[in-house]
Write a protein that binds this ligand. Sequence first.
Ligand code: NAP
Length: 217
Amino acid sequence: MLCARSQEKLDAVAQDLRAYGASRVLTGIFDASDIKSHHGLIEKYASELGGIDAVLIAYGTLPDNDSCYLQPDIAQQEFTLNATSIIGLSAQAANYFEKRGGGVIAVISSVAGERGRQSNFLYGAAKGAVSLYTQGLRNRLSSKNIAVVTIKPGFVDTPMTAHVQKNPLFASAQSVGKAIADAMIARKDVVYVPGFWRFIMAVVRAIPESIFKKMSM
Ligand SMILES: NC(=O)c1ccc[n+]([C@@H]2O[C@H](COP(=O)([O-])OP(=O)(O)OC[C@H]3O[C@@H](n4cnc5c(N)ncnc54)[C@H](OP(=O)(O)O)[C@@H]3O)[C@@H](O)[C@H]2O)c1
């Protein structure tokens, strides 16, 4: 079941999946920013599919930080899209899997959620909220056969980063996609993608705030 806001893009991905051998692919129009329309969504898709084993929440935007800083309505819209809507859908999935007796919930957060930086702290705050929420959800559901996988990519070469100068830390979308699928199958907890970001972020987190606040990042 593929959900996104463009039927044209959904049809293209569905066609690819069928070509790769998927026997049944359904699509549904979904606007992440329209939170009211999310009510009962997971149950609705579950009944269309005849049951869901795993949910992957993979959408997001990288907003202009200055616009969010100066215009609270934009900050609210972006936070709603990148945090509140994801929190709501994760909870819906959790509720569904609790009734079903098991499942996997995977959510793409970001290494950006580990430390606030002047260049993207609204996005970072949203990702930090998602990371902390999924951590709490994992704690709540650990005895219920429900895995909650928090995915923390570093730089990934996708349309979101088309404007960013590429450097050796960039990973391809294909390699990150494979790592996400592997993590869901292995029912991992927190996954840095690629794995070296675990060490980079350990160093970033260890920098004392009195020094970090003066760094330009
Ligand atoms: N790229 C990176 O370096 C990087 C790093 C860390 C984490 N991430 C995270 O990885 C996830 C995927 O991002 P990406 O890199 O693949 O970026 P992307 O290529 O820009 O894809 C973002 C996706 O989110 C969808 N989306 C945006 N607003 C939406 C809305 N209101 N309703 C429904 N769908 C909406 C977009 O749909 P449309 O196609 O319709 O626009 C697009 O499919 C995001 O959570 C992002 O924060 C990315």
